[in-house]
Design a binder for this molecule. Structure first.
Ligand SMILES: Nc1ncnc2c1ncn2[C@@H]1O[C@H](COP(=O)(O)OP(=O)(O)OP(=O)(O)O)[C@@H](O)[C@H]1O
Ligand SMILES: [Mg+2]
Ligand SMILES: [Zn+2]
Length: 365
């Protein structure tokens, strides 16, 4: 059976998690000192490691001899808890129903001691989806849980949680993961899986994840099967449904050089190909942003995901144009990107933005 990369590479210890050191360090310390709280809240963007960390923590607090705060994976308890049906780690998905029955069931059974380890761990995923009734039932349990019970609540939408819950949990905020860290993980996974991929393609995939490790891994999966495990830059572009990089660069160049004809010609091609114009505005914003990066950090910066053959052009555009003008273009396209979903004519909105960026001399004629 084919196992998706994000499932195959779900970390089983804190060391193999990336980007969340501020969370994992505290959790490890608590395990090493034996100071386990009774209720935790893991919140933050999707695909950043909340459920993964909850499962590692659940095993680590039960492990007979944790290694550096992570589960050893070898002791009898670890082995028992690795089973999919381990009864001491109870996962409740609040999204699949409103949870009243689950929470009621939880309250009845929580008093029974754990069967293998020291703790019974309740992981309540998407906890913001619980109904009011279920929240109230949960609250009573959170107020006076038996000493062997630990709760880990996880959610992407912490603002939907009632204050009564928030005040009873230890809160950990998971961050979006940087492109560089995701790129590093992709490199490791590709090497282990014998998937070929050059560095600029890796960075392109990593940045398309927009901070979500899971999204980046899903995109990597699609690219690997699309390319038969030899990933090429242009194929990643196709999988992502974005514009060819040279097209976008020409468009940006036209904006900076007052080349009205060039702009309309290139943009017309994009529209004719039926490309997503919100994405296109986003790609333009990023291109101007990347020019600023090249100017300040150089073209070898890991913050860039351009193919090698276009980097020189990006650099010369960046160095030959006024930084104020590049900056203004970046802001204008970023603004129109946000406005496009309300626009009745996205094509015209982008054209208007481009024309508003023409230099004063051209506007006079
Ligand atoms: N910080 C991370 N380090 C390494 N891999 C990660 C990390 N975060 C996510 N992943 C990868 O993404 C997959 C999904 O992560 P996980 O289920 O923990 O995300 P989540 O934060 O719970 O997302 P959601 O909010 O959608 O439930 C994992 O199996 C793992 O492969
Ligand atoms: Mg989750
Ligand atoms: Zn163990």
């Amino acid at each position: 059976m084919y196992l998706a990369l994000y499932r195959k590479f779900r970390p089983t210890n804190f060391d193999s998690m990336i980007g969340q050191e501020h969370v994992t360090r505290t959790l490890r310390n608590q395990i090493q000192r034996g100071q386990i709280g009774h209720a935790y809240l893991f919140c933050g963007s999707r695909g950043t490691g909340k459920t993964t960390a909850a499962k590692i923590f659940a095993r680590a607090i039960n492990c007979e001899h944790p290694v550096n705060g992570s589960p050893c994976g070898e002791c009898a308890t670890c082995k028992a808890l690795q089973q999919a049906n381990a009864i001491d780690i109870i996962e409740i998905d609040a999204a699949s129903n409103n949870g009243v029955d689950e929470i009621r069931d939880l309250r009845e059974k929580i008093k029974y001691a754990p069967s293998v380890g020291k703790y019974k761990v309740y992981i309540i995923d998407e906890v913001h989806m619980l109904s009011v009734g279920a929240f109230n039932a949960l609250l009573k349990t959170l107020e006076e849980p038996p000493s062997h019970a630990v709760f880990i609540l996880a959610t992407t939408e912490v603002h939907k949680l009632p204050a009564t819950i928030l005040s009873r949990v230890m809160r950990f905020d998971f961050k979006l993961v940087s492109t560089e860290e995701i790129a590093g993980l992709l490199r490791k996974i590709f090497d282990e899986s014998n998937i070929k991929c050059d560095d600029s393609s890796i960075r392109l995939i990593a940045s398309a994840g927009e901070g979500s490790v899971r999204d980046a891994l899903s995109i990597a999966d699609m690219c690997a099967s699309f390319c038969d495990n030899d990933i090429k830059y242009d194929a990643v572009i196709d999988v992502l449904g974005i514009n060819k990089r040279d097209t976008i660069l020409s468009l940006a160049e036209a904006v900076l050089t007052d080349d009205i004809v060039g702009f309309f010609n290139n943009f017309h091609k994009i529209v004719a190909e039926g490309k997503n114009l919100t994405l296109t505005a986003n790609e333009l914003t990023k291109t101007f942003r990347d020019m600023l990066v090249v100017r300040s950090c150089g073209k070898d910066s890991a913050l860039l995901d351009w193919p090698a053959n276009l980097l020189d052009k990006l650099e010369s555009l960046a160095n030959n144009h006024d930084i104020v003008r590049i900056n203004r273009a970046m802001q204008a396209f970023s603004k129109v990107e946000g406005e496009l979903k309300y626009s009745t004519n996205p094509q015209l909105s982008i054209e208007t933005t481009a024309m508003s960026l023409l230099s004063a001399e051209v506007k006079k004629n």
